[in-house]
Design a protein around this ligand. Structure first.
Ligand SMILES: [Zn+2]
Length: 303
């Protein structure tokens, strides 16, 4: 099926605020853009059902966990760990010769709605002391398009339950940001620019108070995000991080496309484009790892 190409009015919603610094941490005004993430409710249903069936936390812990909990030797500290993500940053890091073991996600047996798994996740971060902790919590319930199209049709009880789950995961992300900061490591939390999560009071407070915490916006078209049929997807994205190297790497990744973007809606070649766009393109992964290497340079702790 051919994708529907639409010439969007320039959807750049951040004229001069590409980097918000400590001096300018007022949450920016978010415009509802049609080009933003519009994850399918079907996919959300599938993940929600999976969570409900694993909510008892009865799963097999990965066998490395016991060993990792004993790790205190700096020569074996992880460089990279990722949460709310199937293995994508960690395998690419290993290919570069960096160390990493953990990708904590439903797909790898972690239900982070469950407080037991949250506790174990925190223990793992404290044990492995990753140099960089990548945080990619689900963004569907914070999507403007989701709020505009799907939520009005949703049963109020279902909405409440999904929103509560999304907020719980978002707030656990803040917990991990603070923990990682306290441990002296870097973190990177990623959500779409237009997501309402950026106005969440706990997120706003964390951005304002965690040392060196800043945000940077960029466009995923600059790092190779394409639709299944090859259309250019913009997907304006915000990173919240205490790693200055991420600012340096992503600051100039702003859309300069001269051809129209494909809307992140509907389907292309039988794939849901929004779901497809949630997978990090390899250019994003490599840019994150470039940032990680730069950040860890000179930090003997992680050599
Ligand atoms: Zn572009």
């Amino acid at each position: 099926m051919a994708e529907h190409h639409v010439i969007m009015p320039e959807e750049d919603d951040t004229s001069s605020d590409e980097v918000d610094t400590h001096a300018n941490k007022v949450p920016e005004h978010h415009v509802i853009m049609p080009d933003e993430d519009d994850s399918s409710s079907d996919e959300f249903d599938a993940r929600a059902n999976k969570m409900s069936t694993t909510d008892n936390c009865k799963r097999n812990l990965q066998p490395e966990f016991a060993a990792a909990a004993c790790i205190r030797n700096t020569a074996t500290l992880d460089h990279v760990m990722e949460v709310f993500s199937p293995p994508r940053l960690v395998p690419a890091a290993i290919q570069r010769g960096l160390r990493g073991h953990w990708s904590l996600d439903l797909d790898t047996g972690w239900n982070l709605l469950c407080s037991t798994d949250q506790d174990r996740c925190c223990q793992l971060v404290e044990s492995c002391r990753p140099g960089m902790l990548m945080l990619s919590p689900p963004c569907t319930m914070f999507s403007p398009l989701q709020r505009m199209w799907n939520i009005p049709k949703m049963d109020p009880a279902v909405f409440q339950s999904r929103m509560a789950a999304a907020n719980k995961l978002l707030h656990f992300t803040v917990t991990l940001m603070k923990l990682q900061s306290k441990l002296g490591g870097g973190f990177c939390f990623e959500h779409p620019v237009a997501a309402s999560s950026w106005q969440d009071p706990l997120v706003v407070h964390a951005v304002a108070t965690i040392p060196d915490c800043q945000v940077v916006n960029f466009d995923q078209c600059t790092i190779g995000l394409r639709s299944p049929a090859g259309g250019i997807l913009k997907k304006r994205t915000k990173l919240c991080t205490n790693m200055p190297a991420i600012q340096a790497v992503f600051l100039d990744k702003q859309c300069r496309c001269t051809v129209p973007h494909t809307r992140i809606q509907g389907s292309g070649l039988g794939f849901n484009i929004a779901a497809h766009a949630q997978v990090y393109p390899s250019g994003f992964v490599q840019a994150l790892l470039n940032s990680c290497e730069k950040y860890l340079e000179g930090k003997r702790f992680w050599q």
